[in-house]
Ligand binder design. Sequence first.
Ligand SMILES: C[S@@+](CC[C@H](N)C(=O)[O-])C[C@H]1O[C@@H](n2cnc3c(N)ncnc32)[C@H](O)[C@@H]1O
Length: 464
Amino acid sequence: MKAPSRPNRPHGPSRSGSGGGPGPRGPRPPQRPAQSAGLPARLLAADALDRILRGNASLEDAFINDQGLEPRDRALAFRIVATALRRLGTIRAVIAGMLDKGAPKSAPKVETVLLVGAAQILFMDVPDHAAVGLSVDIARGDITTGGFAGLINAVLRRLTREGKERLAAAEALNLDTPEWLRQRWTKAYGAEKAKAMCAILAHEPALDLTVKGDPEKWAEALGGEVLPTGTVRVLQAGAVRALPGYDDGDWWVQDAAAAIPARLLGDVAGKSVADMCAAPGGKTAQLAAAGAHVTAIDRSGQRLVRLKENLDRLKLKADVREGDATSIAAGPFDAILLDAPCSATGTLRRHPDIAWAKRPGDVGTMAALQAKLIDHALDLLKSGGTLVYATCSLEPEEGEDQIARVLKERTDVTRVKITAEDVPGIAAFITPQGDLRTLPCDWVRGEPERSGLDGFFAARLSKR
Ligand SMILES: C[S@@+](CC[C@H](N)C(=O)[O-])C[C@H]1O[C@@H](n2cnc3c(N)ncnc32)[C@H](O)[C@@H]1O
């Protein structure tokens, strides 16, 4: 069963995977080829996955050191790792069922190589012999895993034969979303929504783009469709940088939900607007493209480098400032967008690593920081100015509860209810209180890969 990831044919090896008769631990691993065309992508995938699972790297950061790799190989490596992370609980259960003593503890990278191979065999349209053979090649090329090449070969070959039944049994256990998150979502949104959210997280999301010009034109050029909010959604066509319009700065990657908050500030042309937690700059770009004088603030210098690169590519301008938004001296501003740092549990479709990196305590830690950020943002706002607060979190402590607190504590602040007229297509996301709440399972648009959007919360406040 090769599902539910989207088809992906790597330009891979032609090796047969046959390696002679069985050895003491099962079939002998295939002979190592002189050069396998698909190997660089798998090596990068194994290295990145290892750094995520054992080095606490984020999915994004794990792919920073990929210089020199073909964009096509990089894109394939990324999809392998994202698939392995998206289905981590299930794949681990399947592998555990085939290893009496579990993966060797003395060589943790063996598990990584098995995960990389299993993700391809179970969920991607990669020929089985390529997935097995290249995993064995990775093992042989690493001193810590070389001695386990036979084991890896045997497990993965068995998986090609028995994967379907083993997958069905493991999938029934719902292991791909950590239990603490399932419980939280059930409490906040009910069992049915929580189940639907977990279900959509198993699927690779489409590529969402915010375009500078006419969305219809770009949807046609990229083979995508225009969503009700104006985002262009494309079933991913490989490397993003190779798509038409990238080099010319005609669009940028931004989830459909992430594109809504900046628009809740209304017409910002000519206004002074602070983007308080701005990097890597998706919302700064929206504000600048809408004609605002943007001050883009972020505490991370490294992330601001990316913001500047993004603005340069898009030919947009902002006053970029490195600083702590809980205390920075700036403004006052006509309007402020506070896209606050958060647990990011709304973005698991695109960042499946987050599900395994976060801990329950992170929600409270982020909520405390958000409260400080909101208070300072309000202080930097002109009287009569508008603040839009947003987080890509599904946790009420980082959304609804923040607004309830601020409205209770500050008499100089009122909620300006979000309405369906603010942004086309958002009516279904407006809460009874007049805030915005999207869930990953919203927007069912045919097959799951075309559906869904990030989980976001947004509220609009005005300072008297
Ligand atoms: C959700 S991301 C922002 C995404 C960005 N608005 C966009 O659309 O591309 C949160 C950002 O907050 C920044 N951040 C975290 N704590 C901060 C603080 N105290 N002051 C300023 N920025 C902070 C992080 O470095 C990160 O770039």
